[in-house]
Design a protein around this ligand. Structure first.
Ligand code: UDP
Length: 505
């Protein structure tokens, strides 16, 4: 039989956690496939800075190679593997710009290699990195975008050329009724073949309330994708939300008909299937506190614990932290809470003293029922632990997908970015979560925290949410199995690679 060609792909992630972790999962998925060799490009400072993410890289197979390229920013700019606020995203973009030159030199070197793994057949990069498209065009190599969110958000971003041409950007952010049918036309986005969306529910960077320089960079990067990219790989699966995927096939949204491959959930391929403190013991990326947390979970009963996290970027206010604490206490339920210093607190993320940010006496009153983990939790291990019963989440896409995959229902408290659209999927479409009411100033108050915590952990409604979440979890696993939709999409991506590499011969 003829020997199968191995495709060398270059992955350039955007190195904030919500983008880097799924890019690592993508790298793992491809590198464990016999047809791929992966070169993964990071800046030097990121490799020394982001402990929690980069330690995942150490367990990758030999068909994976990490290449560090220089940038001119000192590594002390980064903390304990946690990104601090939206500004860190902008800082990271600036830093990444500085990588264009070294990246192009690297590409010239890689393209000159005849020996294994041969010249790269394509570049896969984050949509934020517009300059990668410039480099790809210059080097005459196809660039695929890797998008770590859901299909509805992707569809709205494919609609940006139209919104731009109509002079609708930035989107007006005036208060609008909850019901889209009651909103003024200028407060509604009508993507062809999709239900109408309120401006306020779209990706927050598009709104007039967001800083202009970030929006310009973001919109600029997205305008090039339907035009110049060879395709998009998405970390979700077709069955989860078929409407936007079908909309993305239509020329009204995708005039060049660039292929969109749903190949997720990618982390389903990692080796975290049955974590307990014992398996964590043997894992090389779980530290002492994280092990203690998993041991604590081992001693709880099934589906009894609420896991609380707001992801790697958003920091809840001190007032919100207090309302959460008092609400959980009143609910008398069990919890694991990832706690980071709220904005404006002068304590370093590394040596955070949680007692200073919690209500007085809270820690001693809840010590039997709660485990507080400062800064960073082994989230996937926690979510897949049988004791975890629900997830109070900011609805970041990775958190959403991880929760769905583990069959854990959610309490949805979206903040910014794509989180409001993710909330709509969780609460309205899939019905695997509830959204607490907020006060006029956006707080989820203690009584409401108490109510939803009881609802998801003890109520009949909670059981229904959980059983639907389990069904979606099964659907997610089916999608990535041999013959499942994501597996077949990966096969079509491989066929594209065949075509590309035979063209290059
Ligand atoms: N994460 C984690 N521990 C934490 C916080 C986050 O492992 O304490 C991981 C989480 O599992 C997810 C990613 O970081 O994979 C966060 O991505 P998401 O899209 O949910 O939110 P973002 O951080 O981008 O707002």
């Amino acid at each position: 039989e003829m020997e199968m060609k191995v495709f060398h792909v270059v992955i350039v992630p955007f190195a904030v956690h919500g983008h880097l972790l799924p890019a690592i999962s993508l790298a793992r998925r491809l590198a464990t496939h016999p047809r791929f060799f992966v070169t993964f490009v990071l800046s030097q400072h990121r490799i020394s800075g982001a402990r929690s993410a980069v330690s995942h890289l150490s367990s990758l197979p030999s068909s994976f190679r990490l290449v560090a390229i220089p940038d001119s920013v000192p590594s002390h700019a980064f903390g304990y593997g946690v990104d601090e606020g939206v500004d860190s995203v902008v800082a990271e973009m600036e830093r990444f710009r500085l990588m264009q030159q070294p990246f192009e030199s690297l590409m010239y070197d890689l393209m000159a290699v005849d020996a294994f793994p041969g010249a790269p057949v394509c570049i896969i990069s984050d949509p934020w990195l517009a300059w990668v498209q410039e480099s790809a065009d210059k080097l005459h190599i196809p660039r695929y975008a890797f998008y770590p969110s859901q299909a509805t958000v992707l569809a709205t971003l494919f609609y940006l050329p139209v919104l731009q041409a109509q002079g609708r950007l930035p989107l007006k952010a005036s208060p609008a009724p909850d019901n889209v049918e009651e909103c003024d036309e200028e407060l509604v986005v009508r993507v062809p073949n999709l239900p109408p969306l309120r401006n306020l529910d779209c990706v927050s960077v598009l709104l007039e309330t967001f800083p202009n320089h970030i929006r310009d960079a973001y919109v600029g990067a997205w305008l090039t994708i339907p035009k110049a990219a060879a395709g998009v790989l998405v970390n979700t699966f077709y069955e989860l939300d078929t409407v936007p995927f079908d909309a993305l096939q239509d020329p009204s949204l995708n005039p060049n008909k660039i292929p969109v491959f749903a190949i997720g959930p990618l982390h389903a391929h990692s080796n975290l299937a049955h974590p307990t403190s014992e398996t964590a013991e043997s894992s090389n990326f779980v530290n002492q506190v994280e092990k203690k947390c998993l041991q604590w979970l081992d001693s709880q009963s099934a589906s009894s614990v609420l896991y609380i996290s707001f992801g790697s970027l958003f920091l809840p206010s001190l007032a919100q932290i207090h309302e959460l604490a008092l609400g959980i206490e009143a609910s008398e339920q069990f919890f694991v809470w990832v706690l980071r210093p709220p904005p404006g607190t002068l304590c370093s993320t590394e040596k955070i003293d949680v007692s200073t940010i919690l209500p007085e006496g809270f820690l001693s009153r809840t010590k039997e029922r709660g485990f507080i983990i400062p800064n960073w939790a082994p989230q996937r291990l926690i979510l897949s632990h049988p004791s975890t019963g629900a997830f109070l989440t900011h609805c970041g896409w990775n958190s959403t997908l991880e929760s769905i995959c583990m069959g854990v229902p959610m309490v949805a408290v979206p903040q910014f970015a794509d989180q409001r659209l993710n909330r709509m999927l969780i609460v309205n479409q899939l019905k695997v979560g509830v959204e607490p009411r907020r006060s006029a100033d956006g707080l989820v108050e203690r009584g409401e925290v108490e109510r939803v915590t009881r609802l998801v952990l003890t109520g009949k409604e909670g059981m229904e949410l959980r059983s639907r979440a389990k069904q979606w979890s099964a659907a997610a696993m089916k999608a990535v199995e041999k013959g499942g939709s994501s597996d077949r999409n990966l096969e079509s991506f491989i066929s594209k690679m065949e075509q590309l590499s035979s063209k290059n011969l």
